[in-house]
Design a protein around this ligand. Structure first.
Ligand SMILES: Nc1ncnc2c1ncn2[C@@H]1O[C@H](COP(=O)(O)OP(=O)(O)O)[C@@H](O)[C@H]1O
Ligand SMILES: [Mg+2]
Length: 295
């Protein structure tokens, strides 16, 4: 569905996006994670044909974003990370305005607006003015807007940021529905756990460069391989016990995956092990480790 090759964006002397290569398959729910300034919005704007890349290519369903922008716009629904002001437009009027732009008939529009409002859980806000909707509701209305022309690929720039857990759960449900409808989704966030619970696969971006791309499982596996083993001794253990444990463990410098051997060795050496386990992966910590700083 989406093929990005060595995509680069330079603003003046500043490289915001550095040779990003990425593939997203049909029907995938793909998370795009990175701290502020990582280059997420830059990438998404290029994919939505709103920004010209400096180098590299990106194609959606084979359509090049630079050479075939019209085709790409039909395939892509883009939800930006900011909202305009919509004076005196009710929710349904807001959608109706954009549906008119696409040339849908009155009957088509009325049917479509009902379906879209239902999809984003805003049926009961049909007659409410857009300006008086909550931030989360505005975001969902924008999502409905991005869906009007029935795009294959949805590009959502930080739709869950600033949402409370309830709104996030709702967004998660909507994304699942979109997936069931056969849509491919690229969704960004600067919060890794927020996306890892919604997505099938992830790309982590930092300072314009790719840090990781793969399934959520692969990321967990990769991190688990590097995770420490936590060993706790009985509280009454004295220093000599600690010394003894340390001596035994020296036999396993930097080795992973033989924890049973380690435990057996410690027990044989009479070290009073009380607890021996790998701590669960803390995705937030992982994210802090793989991204150098909050630029
Ligand atoms: N029009 C611009 N001119 C100069 N620098 C820009 C422009 N737009 C974005 N940048 C810079 O490019 C980097 C990436 O920005 P952006 O793509 O918005 O990151 P993200 O969405 O991941 O927070 C940032 O350092 C930002 O300051
Ligand atoms: Mg951004």
């Amino acid at each position: 569905m989406l093929d990005i090759k060595e995509l680069t964006k330079v603003y003046g002397h500043f490289t915001a996006l550095n040779k990003l290569s990425l593939h997203i398959g049909d029907g995938e729910l793909h998370g795009f994670v990175g701290p502020n300034g990582a280059g997420k919005t830059t990438t998404m704007r290029i994919l939505a044909t709103l920004l010209q890349p400096t180098a590299g290519t990106a194609a959606i369903d084979g359509a090049d974003v630079v050479k075939e922008p019209k085709k790409v716009r039909q395939l892509v629904g883009y939800m930006p990370d900011f909202f305009g002001v919509y004076d005196h437009l009710k929710s349904w009027e807001y959608l109706d305005f954009y549906a008119r732009c696409y040339g849908f008939s009155h009957a088509q529009r009325m049917r479509m607006i009902d379906q879209l409002l239902e999809l984003v859980n805003l049926q009961d806000k049909r007659e409410v003015y857009v300006d008086s909707l909550s931030r989360g509701m505005k975001q969902r209305l924008c999502l409905a807007h991005a869906l009007i022309h029935d795009p294959k690929l949805l590009i959502l720039d930080e739709p869950a940021s600033g949402m409370d857990p309830r709104a996030r759960a709702e967004m998660k449900g909507i994304l699942r529905t979109l997936k069931d409808m056969g849509k491919t989704v690229l969704i960004s966030s600067h919060i890794l756990p927020e996306l890892s619970e919604m997505c099938d696969s992830l790309t982590i971006l930092d300072h314009g460069s790719l840090v990781f791309s793969g399934t959520v499982e692969a990321l967990s596996r990769k991190m688990r391989g590097q995770a420490a083993v936590e060993i706790r001794l009985l509280p009454q253990s004295d220093d000599s016990m600690l010394q003894s444990a340390a001596e035994q463990l020296k036999q396993f410098p930097g080795v992973t995956g033989i924890t049973r051997g380690m435990l057996a060795l410690l027990l044989r050496a009479g070290v009073p092990v009380m607890d021996f386990h790998r701590p669960p992966i803390n995705l937030e910590k992982v994210f802090m480790e793989v991204t150098r700083n909050d630029g």
